[in-house]
Design a protein around this ligand. Structure first.
Ligand code: ADP
Length: 617
């Protein structure tokens, strides 16, 4: 063996000569012993039969290798490519082939070498795969990623491009750190300082969108050194606009709640049985006369505000969770931090875990001092009202008794005066002059009028609500009776009365007769001179009462007098226009009210009036 060949045999790479004959046959005129480790055939075996090597080529690569050799043959260019082989023990292995062609007669010979690159290839493929995986992860991440160097953007993922409002990576690459971040802020500078020391840092910063809008984000920033040894930064971001907004909303709501609590003089508290922690709302502090969050609350502090008279109630609160009570309501007095005594009302709710162990106690407390005072005032006002009403009632009764006694007792002297005047007139008529006789007539008329008034007053005072002789009364029969009594007037006035079906009510018979008699009598008395009287009596059934109306087509009443006419002795006419004392409607009112109803009128002057009253069913 030549020294040169000896050297070739010992090389760790496979050195070979590959010959392509013009009939397409491939042979290996030379191959060194290293071939065995790759092809599992000795160089002698390979040189005597090239199929040994060719059969080892990975099936998928045969087409590619043919193309490469063909092209090298056409251009006489060197070849350099990777090829897969089937190794019986190692499976698929990778070799790199490097060779240059040379024409030798009609044949072509490639001189070259091949080496096992499986390890490198696997490493490379692993890198490619992991790069692909990382890229896919980063591209699909909801977090934004930006790789930067010296303030410039080198790369960014889709989420970052979207987060900052850009359309493409190219557009974003034209931006600097200063365009993307409020980088002069204290927080940003802090992150940079920390990153210089620790190689990484995190914090909350403000990002700037393409349209200039700021948005809050959490930034994780790391240094990393690339393959060339250059230091880059990789920053990832989470947009926390929604969280910040929700937090602001929550804070605002809490402020509102706290204001509402203070306005309503309400406070809330929470006790965690597991941690023993007390939580008092601002309103709760205020109710106790303390500044919110002044000092940490413990059960001792909480108890010391209770008025000594009410201290025993602490035991109720302590016992409640042991007895698995659901909630507790307590009214108690407290002495505030400023020494002022207040009354509070509280509601305590207890919660338990699945094993029945107490979890928390929630409390709502309200200062009810003012309410208790409004209540006391109301009570005293009410008492005053009740006593005044009873005084009024008794003085009313006295008045009625007086009216009765007076009218009853006045009757006799009046009768005497009238008798004496009549006698005077009869016996001395001729001895007195005309003027004296006129005086006597005038006095007689006055005494007659006075008699009428006294009779009516007596009648009014007789409508006594203490007389209880209530019984069922058929109003249809009452009307019949009244019409019979009023028959001469009805006839004289040529009146017509239309009567609807009337109900049976419970009442005092004489009073109900008087009620209808007065109202129908008035309807005939206050008739229009232009038309014959027409009266209609109707009944409407309501839930708990009967509504009865007596309408006429008489002279009518101005609405200014709707109330006045029901007052005793109140009349709208002179005696010479319409006879009367002004007591009829006052009696009607008294009767209706005695029966638990009410009376009123609606009317149109010149058209007619409608008196209506209710009677309970
Ligand atoms: P009197 O008829 O004796 O005057 P009342 O108490 O019955 O007293 O009536 C009070 C006043 O109400 C009457 O003076 C009259 O002016 C008015 N009034 C009562 N009923 C009617 C009616 N049906 N139409 C018009 N006015 C009436």
């Amino acid at each position: 063996m030549q020294p040169f060949e000896k050297m070739l045999q010992q090389l760790p790479v496979v050195v070979f000569q590959l010959q392509l004959l013009d009939n397409g046959l491939i042979t290996f005129p030379y191959i060194n012993e290293s071939a065995f480790s790759i092809f599992e055939y000795t160089s002698t075996e390979i040189i005597s039969d090239s199929k040994t090597v060719l059969s080892k080529i990975y099936a998928h690569d045969t087409y590619a290798i043919k193309r490469i050799i063909k092209s090298s043959l056409q251009n006489m260019h060197s070849i350099d490519f990777d090829l897969r082989l089937d190794h019986s023990k190692r499976g698929i292995i990778w070799v790199n082939i490097s060779a240059s062609p040379e024409k030798v007669g009609t044949a072509t010979i490639w001189h070259g070498y091949l080496k096992d690159v499986t390890k490198e290839k696997e490493q490379f493929l692993y890198l490619v795969e992991s790069e692909r995986k990382y890229r896919a992860t980063i591209e699909n991440s909801l977090n934004g990623f930006i790789i930067g160097r010296d303030g410039a953007v080198l790369d960014a993922n889709r989420a970052a491009i979207k987060m900052f409002g850009y359309d493409s990576l190219d557009e974003m690459k034209q931006k600097q750190r200063t365009d993307l971040f409020d980088d002069q802020s204290e927080e940003y500078q802090k992150i940079r300082r920390e990153r210089t020391i620790n190689g990484k840092a995190r914090g909350e910063v403000r990002g700037i969108k393409k349209n200039g809008e700021y948005f809050p984000c959490i930034m994780f920033s790391n240094f990393f050194t690339d393959a060339n040894g250059t230091s880059n930064t990789i920053n990832s971001f989470i947009d926390i606009s929604e969280e910040v907004e929700a937090k602001e909303k929550l804070t605002k709501n809490q402020q509102l709640l706290s204001q509402a609590e203070i306005l309503a003089e309400i406070g809330s508290s929470e006790i965690d049985y597991k941690t023993g922690k007390f939580l008092w709302s601002d309103g709760f502090y205020k109710i106790h006369g303390l500044e919110p969050s002044g000092e940490e609350i413990t059960d001792k502090i909480s108890a010391q505000f209770l008025h000594p008279d009410d201290r025993y109630k602490i035991a109720l609160l302590e016992e409640a969770p042991k007895k698995k009570v659901d909630h507790l309501e307590l009214d108690s007095k407290i002495i505030r931090a400023d020494g002022v005594e207040r009354e509070i009302s509280s509601y305590w709710k207890f919660t338990y875990d699945s094993e029945g162990m107490p979890l928390k106690m929630y409390g709502v407390v309200q200062d009810i001092t003012a309410r208790k005072e409004q209540e006391r005032l109301l009570k005293s006002l009410n008492n005053e009202l009740v006593s005044k009403a009873s005084k009024l009632l008794s003085s009313n009764k006295e008045l009625e008794r007086f009216a009765y006694v007076a009218s009853h007792d006045l009757q006799e002297p009046l009768r005497n005066i009238n008798g004496a005047l009549q006698l005077l007139k009869e016996k001395y008529k001729d001895q007195l002059d005309d003027r004296a006789n006129e005086f006597i007539d005038y006095s007689i008329n006055s005494s007659i009028r006075m008699k009428e008034l006294i009779t009516d007053l007596l009648e009014f005072s007789r409508v006594d609500n203490t007389v209880v002789e209530m019984k069922d009364i058929d109003l249809n029969e009452v009307i019949e009776e009244v019409i019979l009594t009023l028959a001469p007037v009805i006839e004289r006035e040529q009146g017509k009365i239309k009567i609807g079906k009337l109900p049976i009510i419970n009442g005092v018979h004489t009073q109900i007769v008087q009620l209808f008699q007065n109202l129908i009598g008035n309807a005939l008395k206050y008739r229009s001179k232009e038309r014959l009287p027409y009266i209609e009596i109707k009944t409407m059934e309501e839930d708990k009462e009967w509504k009865i109306s007596i309408s006429d087509n008489g002279i009518g009443i101005d609405d200014r007098y709707y109330d006045k006419i029901f007052v005793i002795f109140q009349r709208l006419h002179k005696k010479y226009e319409y006879n009367g004392t002004g007591i009829g409607l006052a009696i009607c009112k008294k009767i209706v009210e005695n029966h638990g109803g009410s009376i009123g009128v609606t009317s149109k002057v010149g058209i007619g009036s409608s008196f209506h009253f209710t009677l309970p069913k």
